[in-house]
Write a protein that binds this ligand. Structure first.
Ligand SMILES: NC(=O)c1ccc[n+]([C@@H]2O[C@H](COP(=O)([O-])OP(=O)(O)OC[C@H]3O[C@@H](n4cnc5c(N)ncnc54)[C@H](OP(=O)(O)O)[C@@H]3O)[C@@H](O)[C@H]2O)c1
Length: 299
């Protein structure tokens, strides 16, 4: 640990939640920012990427979200280089159903044989015999939000890999409520990973339903993703609390529901520390009320 790194006692302030059957700290890390520009090719600073991952673990992060199509392969290979052999408390979660074109485009790859191949690619590049959780990332609308359509064949293929012992838990991503229900009729679902943050609240009701069933909700783009959150209200609350807007956005998510697990992505140690420190940020009731007004909750 260095003088400025965040201790695990800070992360503990945000509490823990059971993902599948593994308890994880609610503030984790999303590895998407560790490859090159546009999540394609090698990073500008590989040593920094390794440093970010190692410091995350030293600070108590025990839930990392990744994917073999980041790079492709690059992010998983950096995770292996930085962290293998993995600490036993680390839960690595990946996602499947896309591939990258030679120009970096994001292409659907969700036939059952492609899903099987993707799980094997993840295992090989991460250096694992079994992966804790695999999200089926629905690609019916590759760069857009969820659209309806059967995911039975895909979830059945992943359930078979679970039966074979290559996957411990299955999750779903970029999905509708009907698709989650369909998946749950086939196998247990440990987590749902959809787009959600303080300004994008389409899943409000869904989060509450999943909380009642003990299923983790892991919002992607918790900080706005490719369009970082910008709101005068957020900035004002941050100033009042002597925090940063990103810390307030993360603290709001932690407060929103106990089943929300955070995986903010960053390629810098400075932002990692800033984000992890949000675990200890307490939002006064008045601040929560103000922040709730940034976007209308979807009900
Ligand atoms: N299932 C899906 O379809 C899907 C889609 C997208 C992402 N994901 C997962 O969700 C994770 C999080 O999403 P994300 O990384 O795309 O978006 P995000 O966490 O909302 O935001 C990441 C962006 O914010 C910047 N950032 C991070 N911390 C910051 C801070 N403290 N101050 C200012 N800027 C900051 C990062 O730049 P710097 O690198 O400069 O910090 C990066 O540009 C990913 O890592 C990935 O694992 C899943």
């Amino acid at each position: 640990m260095t003088d400025h790194s965040i201790p695990s006692s800070t992360l503990d302030r945000a509490g823990w939640f059971t993902l599948g059957d593994r308890k994880v700290r609610r503030l984790g890390y999303g590895a998407m920012q560790l490859s090159g520009p546009h999540i394609f090719g090698p990073p500008k600073d590989r040593a920094m990427a390794v440093r970010v991952l190692r410091e995350a673990i030293e600070s108590g992060v025990n839930h990392i979200d990744t994917c073999d199509y980041y790079g492709p392969h690059v992010t998983n290979q950096i995770i292996k280089e930085a962290l293998h052999p993995y600490p036993k408390e680390l839960v690595l979660v990946t996602k499947v159903a896309a591939r990258r074109g030679p120009d970096g485009s994001w292409l659907p790859a969700y036939s059952p044989p492609e899903l099987v191949q993707a799980v094997h690619d993840n295992l090989r590049n991460l250096g694992l015999d079994v992966i804790e959780a695999v999200n089926f990332r629905c690609m019916f609308n590759p760069m857009g939000g969820p659209v309806e359509g059967s995911i039975e064949a895909q979830i059945t293929a992943l359930a078979e890999l679970k039966h074979q012992g290559l996957i411990r838990h299955i999750g779903v991503s970029n999905v509708t409520r009907a698709q989650i229900a369909q998946a749950r009729r086939i196998t247990g679902i440990a987590c749902v990973q959809n787009h959600y943050n303080i300004a994008h609240r389409a899943d409000d009701a869904l989060i509450d339903e999943l909380a009642r069933d003990g299923i983790a909700y892991v919002p992607y783009f918790p900080l706005g993703g490719f369009n970082p959150l910008q709101s005068e209200t957020l900035s004002q609350v941050a100033r009042d609390l002597d925090a940063t807007p990103m810390q307030v956005a993360l603290a709001w998510l932690l407060h929103r529901s106990p089943n929300i697990l955070l995986i903010p992505g960053t390629s810098s140690v400075g932002h990692l520390r800033e984000n992890l420190a949000a675990a200890a940020l307490e939002l006064p009731v008045a601040a929560i009320r103000t922040l709730d007004g940034i976007a209308a909750p979807a009900r």
